[in-house]
Structure formats: structure tokens, C-alpha cells
Design a protein around this ligand. Structure first.
Ligand SMILES: [Zn+2]
Length: 432
């Protein structure tokens, strides 16, 4: 059966072709955008066309943030008056700057401790520049991201606490280049909202060196983003219904929405198309799962998680029995293994199948983890799992204009789909 699955995906796989359509015919899918709605309609039709047992939409209200005209920024050295353009991107959820832009003295901090030490006295009226670097001594890039990410997400709120008028964060990457990385951020409701952007790592390094010189340095940026009222959208769900235990559900998914700077190819077009491929391949080879297998395309992982929350809420409300949830949202690269968050005896049962995965490159079943969209299922005790690919190159493209189809390798994407299908096969046959 494992060979049958692999042969089908290697020879007649459709996940890359589907990803190509999603990226090139639909493009960016930021929640609330026309692209997001097109992707809902298209994946719904796609799964119906494959003849899955059930295909349906799950309604969810989602935030609607728009970037508007592309943002601009420059650094102004005083007293020389020399101006230098820098590469920035607005963070998702940020307010706009005033129409004429915002200019203020910029002050660098390396972390929240330093910000706190400077306090209101040094911060008030200024633009805070968080220059927290990825710790490249860490082996796993997601661990670097996990640590640095708080400066993007919480930085603007913390800067406002001390009276800052704007917030600039070093882009979330271990590489030095000129691509700014967007991503979500949250304001602190009891504090003023200030415009927040990310600056490319190349410009962050340069700005930091400028700030060490004599004189003062101002930062100017103009952003045109805004938050519109929530809109109605959907998770898209396809099912193969279990032949023996239809009430036992295995959820496999990724998120359909993406940031608006590119095509959301790795993040997370890859994951949703792999999830559809699991069901397609099973159906094509005539495998009838004992337990129900669901492919779920979650809406709004990037800036709200409303789709994941709603899916979890409905599962709880309907008292559904989810025996496993697998998420693929770490890039469409060669699989290395699966992360697991579940009781030890379940981990051990999965590890007993390890030798079958090994030839396909998935050998690492040691690390904890699930996924953002499936996270809410933990509340009803669902064992969680994440596809864990080689992600050493992921933060070149993550949340940037570089996240396009050309960055995804067809064979690597298929390898991921194969091991996901294998995992769904084992659990549907033998339970967990
Ligand atoms: Zn993602």
C-alpha cells in the first residue's frame, strides 16, 4: 500500500499542478481579499471534481486588513540632511501613518529589557527600532523565529507603552538581504496605536551602523494600510468517509490564506495542496479508509486564526471525535519527519511505523509540535502532529515577495504529500 501511494503521487501526482494554479491563476490570498474568496471557490470545486465523499464550506467571519498603496521609508541624517531610502513593509494589522507620513528621531533597542531601561524619558516621541537578531547558533530556524517573533508581534504595543510614535522591527530572517518580511502584530488595547513596519535585514544592519555615528538620525515612513469591517469567509473541507469507523476523524490541513506580498507558495499553498493530494491519491488507488479522513483548508491563519478557531469550536459543539490532526505549514520542502504533541503511548505507536517512513526521508519523530490551525483541537484532546520538512531555506522567503511557485520544488512537495498520505493511511487502518 505504501508503494502504491508513493507510485501514484510520483507518477500521477497533482499537488504541484494544483499549487501552480493557486499561485499563478489566483495569487495572493490575504484574508478578506478577492484572491482569498477565489481560492475558497476554486478548492471547493477542485475537491468536488475529485469526487470526494463530502465537500463543504464552513462559514467564518474574518478580519479585513488592506495594505493600500505600497509603503515607503527613508532615513535622514541630521545635520547633514542626507536621505537614504530603505526597504520596509507594513505589518499586518498596523494602522497607517498620517497622510504625509511620519517622521521622528529613531532609537535602536536590542530587546524589551533595553526598551524598559530607556523608559519614557528616552523613548517618548521617537520611533523605536527593534534590532533583535535571529540566533543563528540554533539548529532549527523555527526556534530562532519563535524567539525573535515577539518583537514583531508585541513590539509596537510595548513601544507605545513608553510613548513611542512608531515601531520598526528587523525582519524575521536569519539571512541578510533586501526583502522585508511582513507578519501579524497586535496592539495593546489600553495603549495608543502606533504605525508598525518591518525593515529588511540589510537595511537594519545599515541603520544600526548609521546610529553609531555622530549626529541624530530620523526615520520617515508612509504607510497606507487600514482595517475594514470583518467579512464572511470559509474553511473548505473535503472528506473520505470511514468504512468502519466513520465517526473517528483524521484532520489533515494547511491554511488557504496567505500574505499579500507574493503568491503564498510555501506558506501555505504547499500545505493545502498536499492535504488535498492525500485524499486524491487514496481515492485514485481505490483505498477506502476505515476511519474518516478530512482535508481542511483553513482560512485566516496569518492574521487572526479565525478559521482554526471556528473549526475547533464546531468540533467541540458537534462532539466530534478527532483521533489525529496533521498540519503542513512549514514549507513545501523535503520531509524530515513529524512533530508530535500527544501522550507518550500514542507517540510510541506512531514511532513503531517509523521504518516505513524512513526510505522517504521522514525519520525524525522526536520533536514536539502541531500547528497553529489545528491548535484549537487540543481543547478536545486531539493528538496533534506537524509535517516537519527541512526548513533551513524557509526564512529566505517567509512572508516576503519571494514566496512564489518558483521557490517550490515539485519532487520535494510530492515527498511531503507521500509521507502525509502514509501517515493518514496508518492511522485510518490501525487507529491511534
Ligand atoms: Zn503559514
Amino acid at each position: 500500500m505504501i508503494k502504491k501511494i508513493a507510485d501514484e503521487i510520483f507518477v500521477s501526482g497533482e499537488c504541484y499542478k494544483n499549487l501552480e494554479y493557486l499561485c499563478k491563476k489566483i495569487g495572493q490570498r490575504l484574508t478578506g481579499s478577492a484572491g482569498a474568496e477565489k481560492s475558497v471557490a476554486w478548492t471547493n470545486e477542485l475537491m468536488k471534481g475529485y469526487g470526494f465523499d463530502k465537500v463543504y464550506l464552513q462559514e467564518v467571519m474574518v478580519p479585513h486588513w488592506v495594505r493600500g498603496e505600497k509603503e515607503t521609508a527613508k532615513v535622514i541624517h541630521t545635520p547633514s540632511g542626507k536621505e537614504t531610502e530603505v526597504s520596509i513593509t507594513a505589518l499586518g494589522g498596523s494602522i497607517a501613518t498620517p497622510e504625509k507620513g511620519l517622521r521622528a528621531e529613531v532609537i535602536e533597542v536590542k530587546d524589551f529589557d533595553e526598551l524598559k531601561k530607556m523608559g519614557r524619558e528616552k523613548i517618548a516621541g521617537k520611533i523605536v527600532f527593534y534590532n533583535y537578531k535571529f540566533d543563528i547558533k540554533k539548529i532549527i530556524p523555527f526556534d530562532m523565529y519563535g524567539e525573535a517573533g515577539k518583537y514583531r508581534y508585541l513590539g509596537p504595543g510595548e513601544a507605545a507603552r513608553y510613548g513611542a510614535v512608531g515601531s520598526v522591527v528587523r525582519s524575521m530572517t536569519n539571512y541578510i538581504d533586501d526583502y522585508p518580511h511582513t507578519g501579524s502584530m497586535a496592539y495593546n488595547d489600553s495603549l495608543p496605536k502606533i504605525p508598525a513596519c518591518a525593515i529588511s535585514t540589510l537595511d537594519a544592519e545599515w541603520l544600526s551602523s548609521e546610529l553609531k555615528k555622530d549626529g541624530t538620525t530620523s526615520f520617515y515612513f508612509k504607510m497606507n494600510c487600514q482595517t475594514l469591517p470583518d467579512v464572511k469567509s470559509h474553511n473548505v473541507i473535503g472528506e473520505l468517509i470511514g468504512s468502519q469507523y466513520p465517526d473517528e476523524i483524521i484532520t489533515i490541513g494547511g491554511h488557504l490564506d496567505s500574505w499579500d506580498l507574493a503568491e503564498g507558495a510555501h506558506d501555505d499553498g504547499a500545505g493545502v495542496m498536499q492535504s488535498v493530494e492525500v485524499l486524491r491519491a487514496m481515492k485514485k488507488i481505490g483505498f477506502k479508509p476505515k476511519r474518516t479522513i478530512r482535508a481542511v483548508m483553513f482560512m485566516n491563519e496569518e492574521n487572526g486564526l479565525r478559521g482554526g478557531d471556528e473549526y475547533g469550536r464546531q468540533a467541540e459543539l458537534k462532539k466530534e471525535k478527532h483521533i489525529l490532526a496533521i498540519e503542513s505549514d512549514a514549507g513545501g520542502f523535503t520531509p524530515r519527519g513529524f512533530t508530535m504533541s500527544m501522550p507518550e503511548e500514542k507517540k510510541n505507536k506512531i514511532r513503531s511505523w517509523q521504518k516505513h517512513f524512513q526510505p522517504y526521508g521522514a525519520w525524525d519523530f522526536t520533536r514536539p509540535g502541531g500547528g497553529a490551525d489545528i491548535g484549537p483541537l487540543a481543547k478536545i484532546g486531539t493528538p496533534l502532529m506537524g509535517l516537519s520538512p527541512d526548513n533551513q531555506r524557509y526564512f529566505i522567503i517567509h512572508h516576503t515577495a519571494m514566496d512564489v511557485l518558483e521557490q517550490v520544488n515539485k519532487r520535494e512537495l510530492e515527498m511531503g504529500a507521500i509521507v502525509m498520505t502514509m501517515m493518514a493511511y496508518f492511522v485510518s487502518e490501525y487507529g491511534l
